[in-house]
Write a protein that binds this ligand. Structure first.
Ligand SMILES: *Cc1c(COP(=O)(O)O)cnc(C)c1O
Length: 479
């Protein structure tokens, strides 16, 4: 394929995508395939001779589409939204075409410089404290990580490295291995599984903090655990707070947890992967109060902010905490501007060396929607969740299981877990809408998340009608 053919095929592909998005509602949202369905449909080895583009494209329809869960469909209500918009799609196209791998400033200056400024734009939209912004002379700053999981892991690694150094400064004879074995991290029992996994990867102990009736971690609970652990000779060093938990979108009380962490020299990281986008609306910004006590903060524009995966925005108050933790300087990555203090080399801010030009899609989306357009998107999203909530509340056979704050409704049929499991199974089998479940206080609960950018009131109403019809049939069977 040369560029002449690319011009033609590229335009066709854009049409293909536009057709897909325009007609996505007509598709069965969740595929009806068994594990292993794909292997028999294609050859067992790569072709020796080149094949035609037409053949490849034909197989997209034959092989791929039947196994796709349509995340962009307005019938998709599982997990949390995967952001997408036309400006983001276009920016991705450009980013892939430029293909620069921005590990150092020198590797492609625009790639690094736009990222720094975009994270400042975004930080200002969220009204993050000045400390987190890079500005022109600040100590803080933001970086795009691939996912929230990576951000949590980076925060944990940096916190650990900092704590080991700090303890050794006070007690130079103590070995790193000894300190390491005494470290304890904390997070909510409702935190995303990736937080516990970060501790597993890092090989440190992480304790789960019980939550209150609203599924929020409170300072007094953490305070007690920290005091007990310290008395037993352990070294508390890290607490990961969640704003908008994955199971039920609950919020830890960071305004009371922050001062505790600061007083105890515990690094507070905030995982606001889903909920973070909502803080650009003044009415939701109070949920972020207390961020001034945090050492690092992260949210995913690739969830609710119309930016395509992957784009996870992370800020730290002191960027040396990240850059100083794991510094490597091989000859081939050195460049003449690095020691001037004027440039940022993002390779020191995360795990991978290579990084894509992801800030382009932020730039396109922030400019073409504007703050007001993005706020409108978030408000609509939350309003539709409130509509669904009131539909559930009006039906005495159902109950709401957690306060509805943003675009997620946790609900269940009053009755056994088996009944609710049967309902979800039936929903999945029908393939008209797609939901997943969670466990809250040991009970099986259905999650209805507002996901697609194109979702309208009628989709929510139709989804509820479908759920109640399936429930009627089930309840008849169970009596
Ligand atoms: C979605 C989510 C994650 C995981 O996000 P990735 O970017 O896929 O790693 C982590 N934490 C919370 C609270 C989430 O909602």
């Amino acid at each position: 394929m040369d560029t002449a053919e690319y011009r033609r095929r590229g335009k066709e592909m854009v049409d293909f995508v536009a057709d897909y998005l325009e007609n996505i509602e007509q598709r069965r949202v969740y595929p009806d395939v068994e594990p292993g369905y794909l292997r028999p449909m294609i050859p067992s080895e790569a072709p020796l001779e080149p094949e035609s583009y037409e053949d490849v494209l034909r197989d997209v329809d034959r092989v791929i589409m039947p196994g796709i869960a349509h995340w962009r469909s307005p019938h998709f209500h599982a997990y949390y939204p995967a952001g997408s918009s036309v400006p983001s799609l276009l920016a991705e196209m450009l980013s892939e075409a430029l293909g620069c791998i921005g590990f150092t400033w020198a590797a492609s200056p625009a790639c690094t410089e736009l990222e720094i400024v975009m994270l400042d734009w975004l930080g200002k939209m969220l009204q993050l404290p000045e400390d987190f912004l890079a500005g022109t002379g600040g100590q803080g700053g933001g970086v795009i990580q691939g996912t929230a999981c990576e951000a949590t892991l980076m925060a944990l690694l940096a916190a650990r490295s900092k704590k080991v150094k700090c303890v050794q400064e006070a007690d130079p004879l103590r070995s790193a291995a000894d300190i390491f074995s005494k470290l304890i991290a904390y997070t909510s029992e409702e935190a995303h599984s990736s937080v516990e996994r970060a501790a597993l990867i890092d090989g440190v102990v992480m304790k789960m903090v019980p939550t209150d009736d609203n599924f929020s971690v409170r300072a007094e609970t953490l305070e007690k655990m920290v005091a007990e652990d310290k008395a037993a000779g352990f070294i508390p060093f890290f607490f990961c707070a969640t704003l908008g938990t994955t199971s039920c979108c609950s919020f830890d009380k960071i305004d009371e947890l922050g001062p505790l962490c600061n007083a105890e020299n515990i690094w507070m990281h905030i995982d606001a992967a889903y909920a973070g986008s909502s803080f650009i609306c003044p009415e939701f910004r109070p949920l972020l109060n207390g961020v001034e006590f945090a050492d690092s903060f992260n949210f995913n524009p690739h969830k609710l902010l119309l930016v395509n995966f992957d784009c996870s925005a992370m800020w730290v108050k002191r960027r040396v905490d990240l850059t100083g933790a794991f510094n490597m300087d091989p000859e081939y990555l050195k460049h003449e501007n690095q020691s001037s203090g004027l440039v940022t080399d993002f390779r020191h801010w995360g795990i991978p060396l290579g990084r894509r030009f992801r800030s382009l899609k932020l730039w396109f989306v922030l400019r073409m929607y504007g703050l007001s357009g993005l706020q409108a998107h978030i408000r609509k999203h939350v309003e539709l969740a409130k509509v669904f909530e009131s539909l559930v509340r009006d039906d005495k056979r159902f109950e709401i299981c957690a306060e509805v704050i943003l675009g997620l409704v946790c609900f269940r049929l009053k009755g056994s877990d088996e009944l609710n499991e049967a309902l979800l199974k039936e929903i999945t089998r029908m393939g008209k809408i797609h939901l997943v479940a969670c466990k809250l206080r040991g009970r099986f609960v259905l999650r209805f998340a507002i996901c697609a950018r194109s979702i309208e009131l009628r989709h929510v109403q139709e989804a509820w009608q479908h759920i109640t019809e399936l429930s009627c049939q089930l309840l008849l069977k169970h009596h």
